[in-house]
Design a protein around this ligand. Structure first.
Ligand code: COA
Length: 331
């Protein structure tokens, strides 16, 4: 059965970040923080903030247009659109449906994935299943976030960390390479470490939830930090094991970009040279599901990914959830 499955690869990439740049210096005027603190603790220098007339779906559509152009495909050719996000335009309909409408991808089935920072990797693996089995011919997977609208701009513990953006990938059958293996996991018992407490069915919006600032991201940063290092390195090694590869086989490592110190620690734990890792956390901060998607697109555009290269995506986030995916770039 497995032998009959098609090889599925990425045949187009695109990304979009809003124009407005918010620097560490700007944040110094908003909360009790400093460029020096943010830089040494996180590696972040600046992040992008969406305009009022931009939402997760419009960021996603911008990235998707570029990915479709790159794949030389028309929107109406698309069979499936998956949007990974924790900042949907609204509770329903799905943001993917809103993106479908903006793209005029009228032949596509659409759904959203809620897997926080691992959402893009989850989306890729889900799309791969539909395509490998021949259910669909192609899929567009997007990681898109407008985290600025769920960031508490009065909380220095979190507001320095996040930013807005979107990245998109078109998947289709390829002759060689493609997604070789993947590893997904989760641990819901640790959901209290990173969450937006209110606004869902458990704590619907009320004056009390608004007054308590419960519609913003809450995080136990220190605990998340320690878990991120172990879980990200384990996830990548497990995904590599699935395809009988090792860390030495990695040509380009695209981790979730939450914090430079996490990435340094992951690299040390995996014995992975830093020059094999693509970093953009300094420019954008943590864009949740968009982080790996934008980093993959930028790494490709910068010539860091060549035909035949082994690329490993690795992400971790609220849930907790994690996912890693090994892709051999088609020749
Ligand atoms: N500016 C200045 N001081 C700050 C600050 C800021 N922006 N944010 C926190 N501090 C203070 C804290 O209040 C604390 O002060 P105190 O000792 O007087 O209480 C002090 O800095 C140290 O805080 P601590 O939480 O121990 O710092 P840290 O070294 O753990 O760094 C994070 C904090 C958030 C940068 C770090 O824990 C982290 O990156 N965690 C993971 C976050 C993440 O990646 N989440 C997403 C995963 S997908």
């Amino acid at each position: 059965m497995k032998n009959k499955q098609k090889k599925i690869g990425i045949v187009g990439l695109g990304c979009y970040v809003p124009k407005k740049v918010l620097t560490n210096k700007d944040l110094e005027g908003m909360v009790d923080t400093s460029d020096e603190w943010i830089t040494t603790r996180t590696g972040i220098k600046e992040r992008r903030i969406a305009a009022n007339n931009e939402s997760t779906s419009t960021l996603a559509a911008n990235a998707a247009h570029e990915a479709l152009k790159n794949a030389k495909m028309k929107p109406e050719d698309l069979d499936l659109v998956i949007v990974a996000t924790i900042t949907p335009d609204m509770p329903f309909p799905a943001t993917s449906c809103l993106v479908q409408d903006q793209l005029k991808a009228k032949n596509a089935a659409c759904f959203d994935v809620s897997a926080a920072c691992a959402g893009f990797v989850y989306g890729l693996v889900m799309a791969q299943q539909f395509l490998a089995n021949g259910v669909y011919k192609n899929a567009l997977v997007i990681g898109s976030e407008k985290l600025s609208c769920v960031t508490d701009w009065k909380d220095r513990n979190t507001c320095v960390l996040f930013g807005d953006g979107a990245g998109a990938a078109v998947l289709a059958p390829v002759e060689d390479g493609g997604i070789l293996g993947s590893y997904l996991g989760s641990n819901g018992s640790l959901s209290d470490l990173l969450m937006i407490p209110a606004g869902g069915s458990k704590r619907p919006a009320s004056k009390e939830t608004v007054d308590n600032r419960e519609h913003f991201i809450k995080m136990k940063g220190n605990e998340v930090f320690k878990l991120a290092v172990k879980i990200m390195s384990d996830a990548a090694c497990n995904a590599l094991k699935q395809c009988e590869l090792t860390v030495d086989d990695i040509d380009c490592f695209i981790p979730h970009q939450a914090n430079m110190r996490i990435l340094d620690a992951v690299a040390r734990k995996m014995h992975l040279p830093l020059d094999k890792i693509y970093f953009n956390v300094a420019n954008y901060g943590n864009m949740s599901s968009a982080s790996t998607a934008v980093a993959l697109c930028e790494a490709y555009n910068a010539g860091r990914i060549k035909p035949g290269d082994v690329v490993v995506l690795d992400a971790f986030g609220a849930g907790l959830v994690w996912g890693s995916c090994v892709i051999q770039w088609q020749k």
